[in-house]
Design a protein around this ligand. Structure first.
Ligand code: ZN
Ligand code: ZN
Length: 364
């Protein structure tokens, strides 16, 4: 099969056409013919070998990247009950949790340290066929395209889960710092939850993107104008919770200051350097700092349902030929698998906004 591979850390991907098609090895695994695979920020960390220590000895390089998989099921293991051959699916990266560790026993399976993560330390979706775990796979409603579904499997799942970690009630306020793939989805999910939403970024292109959405944030804030200005703009003492969807270190100090006293600060970015959190934010301002790791199947399934329900095209019956989008949008730009270099160049451009995805197979 064709696919991308990391053959050496910190080196460009190798495009190959002779990668062996993987085989199902456990009863709960399924083989997916990949339609669209997402390109996530974590891809660069994987390429640099930052997760190499989690690789199982028999599963080292070469490694196929991408942990946002969508496609059609072409084969199922003997114990699979939730999906069938021919189903359109999307798959979270987690696979083969052990069922025996403390986290698995407590139901905190996404934290299982014996699990594989497709595209991170097991083979991922930037190829024609990928083995996934049915326990982490979600059948897709027909209204959700593969292009829209791929970003939901990490970016969407992570920010949706982060919003749940923030544990806010309708009417409360949330700031999303970093309006990339996670941020533009998070803003829409938060609006659908009835929250007051503040989106912050230092770049204009992503702020323009979120402003154009149906579920647009209440405030779009240019981070370059400073936190005092932001507090004045949004009025009052800050937001009830802040979701950090960036790894820019100065943004963390900004986000802490933007959070109301007794508020919640949720970390989803993965900066290489330690995150500075001054003691006064914890002691005198009583902020709660939490992390959020991707998502469990339940929350991700709930998110997919919300996108299916809210993400509908509205057909204008007066001008039947004209339709416009009425719901949640997953803004993507699609590249053929072979064009990964162009995708990566565009990813680093100042005016880049939304999510970049790879079209792997056309005939699914
Ligand atoms: Zn486990
Ligand atoms: Zn990711």
């Amino acid at each position: 099969m064709k696919g991308l591979q990391i053959t050496e850390w910190k080196k460009p991907y190798k495009f190959s056409t002779d990668i062996p098609v993987p085989k199902i090895e456990t009863p709960t695994e399924i083989l997916i013919k990949i339609a669209v695979a997402g390109y996530c920020h974590t891809e660069m960390m994987v390429q640099n070998g930052e997760f190499a220590s989690r690789m199982k000895a028999n599963n080292g390089l070469p490694l196929i990247p991408s942990h946002e998989a969508t496609g059609v099921v072409v084969e199922i293991g003997s114990g699979v009950t939730r999906v069938n051959v021919g189903d359109r699916v999307a798959s979270l990266p987690i696979k083969n949790t052990c069922g025996e560790c403390n986290d698995c026993k407590k139901g905190l399976v996404k934290y299982c340290e014996n699990a594989d993560h497709n595209g991170v330390f097991a083979n991922g979706a930037a190829c024609e066929y990928m083995v996934a775990d049915e326990a982490w796979t979600i059948p897709l409603p027909s209204s959700i395209t593969f292009e829209a579904a791929a970003p939901l499997m990490c970016a969407g799942a992570t920010i949706y889960s982060g919003l749940k970690v923030a544990n806010l009630k309708s009417g409360q306020s949330v700031a999303i710092i970093g309006v990339g793939a996670l941020g533009h989805l998070g803003a829409q999910f938060a609006k659908c939850m009835g929250l007051k939403v503040v989106c912050v970024d230092a770049r204009q292109a992503p702020l323009d993107l979120v402003k154009s959405l149906k579920y647009a944030p209440d405030y779009t804030i240019d981070a370059m104008k400073g936190v005092e200005w932001a507090l004045q703009e949004i009025g009052g003492e800050g937001v009830d919770a802040t979701l950090m969807a960036t790894d820019a270190i100065p943004a963390y100090s900004y986000g802490l200051q933007l959070t109301k006293k007794h508020g919640t600060f949720v970390v989803m970015g993965q900066p290489f350097d330690p995150i500075p959190i001054p003691f006064n934010q914890l002691i005198f301002r009583n902020l709660t700092v939490k992390g959020s790791l991707i998502s469990d199947l339940e929350s991700a399934t709930e998110m997919v349902k919300i996108v299916a329900e809210k993400g509908k095209y509205h057909i204008n019956i007066v001008k039947a030929a004209y339709s416009f989008f009425l719901g949640i949008e997953v803004r993507t730009k699609t590249y053929p698998l072979e064009d990964i270099k162009r995708l990566m160049q565009d990813y680093h451009k100042e005016d880049h906004a939304g999510k970049l995805v790879l079209r792997v197979s056309d005939n699914v």
